[in-house]
Design a protein around this ligand. Structure first.
Ligand SMILES: NC(=O)c1ccc[n+]([C@@H]2O[C@H](COP(=O)([O-])OP(=O)(O)OC[C@H]3O[C@@H](n4cnc5c(N)ncnc54)[C@H](O)[C@@H]3O)[C@@H](O)[C@H]2O)c1
Length: 296
């Protein structure tokens, strides 16, 4: 990245010709003192505070790591799984993280993670509503009603509660970004995962409503739609679609992806970072696929 000319930034007159990753001597035009800065590839999330639900899982933890690398002030990693949180804590040792055990599908759980975030960091800028469950793989006629209810509770009500209790905090911070993890399953049908498909379609309706209600308060809301990602959830679905033949199921799924591979947790984290950052400040109410061309 390079540019020519000058621009005023926080009292400095900056020579506007630079390259990423290099050190530059900058003089203030008042004092003539020199400062060294390193221009980095940051995505403008510096000093922001993020909540990531499902934060101990594959996509959530990769996103927490990326946000921290990019200089956020703090991250609340929220997850229902005590075991998942313990493992995640060993992987990610950073004093800017708070770990919150909470169930996103009940109001008390959501109020808990919002309260602990506000107590720890005093604000909220990025709300990544990412917790989700896959349910089971069965045709509708055999699909257990209690599993249907659980999938809807986590994947739909969890998102609704997140916005219900998160909007006031974001509003007090002067606005922010809500990112909801839907799926390619939110953009079309798939046999045998009716609850999951229905839940991921429903998040688009919540996102669109949230975008309209949030806009006057500078709160942006978008959904992201990953194709299969190489992590625990896909291992579970592969086994569900082809019991005992998970590897063959993976091969079949891969054939549906023009770029010829599953996504990685980091691929999804990069999109979340963009939507969390000020680089996307004019984007709201949108659905973003990150799917290797699967929906092309
Ligand atoms: N893995 C994929 O292929 C894929 C593809 C498209 C979309 N997604 C979506 O991505 C999101 C993240 O999933 P992942 O791939 O990282 O899988 P994952 O199973 O590793 O992560 C999901 C996390 O959500 C947590 N969780 C479940 N129920 C919860 C609850 N009630 N309260 C709080 N936390 C809860 C789990 O403990 C887990 O840590 C999900 O919404 C999922 O539906 C995943």
């Amino acid at each position: 990245m390079a540019g020519l000319g000058h621009r005023e930034l926080r009292g400095f007159l900056i020579p506007w010709a630079f390259k990423m990753g290099q050190d530059y001597q900058l003089g203030t035009h008042l004092s003539k003192r020199c400062h060294t800065i390193k221009l980095t590839k940051d995505m403008d999330v510096k000093d922001k505070v993020a909540v990531i639900t499902g934060g101990a899982g594959g996509i959530g933890l990769a996103t927490a790591r990326l946000f921290l690398e990019q200089g956020v002030r703090g991250v609340a990693v929220v997850d229902f799984s005590e075991e998942g949180l313990q493992l995640a804590k060993k992987e990610l040792t950073d004093s800017r993280v708070i770990w919150v055990q909470a169930d996103v599908s009940v109001a008390s759980g959501v109020q808990k993670y919002m309260k602990e975030t506000e107590e720890a960091f005093g604000r909220l800028d990025i709300l990544f509503l990412n917790a989700g469950v896959e349910g089971v793989v069965r045709p509708m006629v055999d699909y257990p009603e209690d599993v249907f209810d659980q999938v809807i509770a986590v994947n739909v009500k969890g998102v609704w509660l997140g916005m219900k209790y998160g909007f006031p905090l974001l509003e007090r911070s002067g606005g922010g970004s809500v990112i909801i993890t839907s799926s390619v399953a939110g953009l079309g049908g798939t046999p045998a995962v009716s609850a999951y498909v229905a839940s991921k379609h429903a998040t688009i309706g919540l996102m669109r409503t949230g975008a309209l209600e949030g806009a006057p308060h500078k709160i942006r809301v978008n959904t992201i739609h990953p194709s299969p990602v190489d992590n625990r959830m896909m291992r579970s679905l592969e086994e569900g679609f082809a019991p005992g033949q998970g590897a063959a199921a993976k091969e079949n799924f891969t054939k549906m992806i023009p770029l010829g591979r599953y996504g990685t947790n980091e691929d999804i984290a990069q999109l979340a970072l963009f939507l969390a950052s000020d680089k996307s400040s004019f984007i709201t109410g949108a659905t973003y696929v990150v799917d290797g061309g699967m929906k092309a």
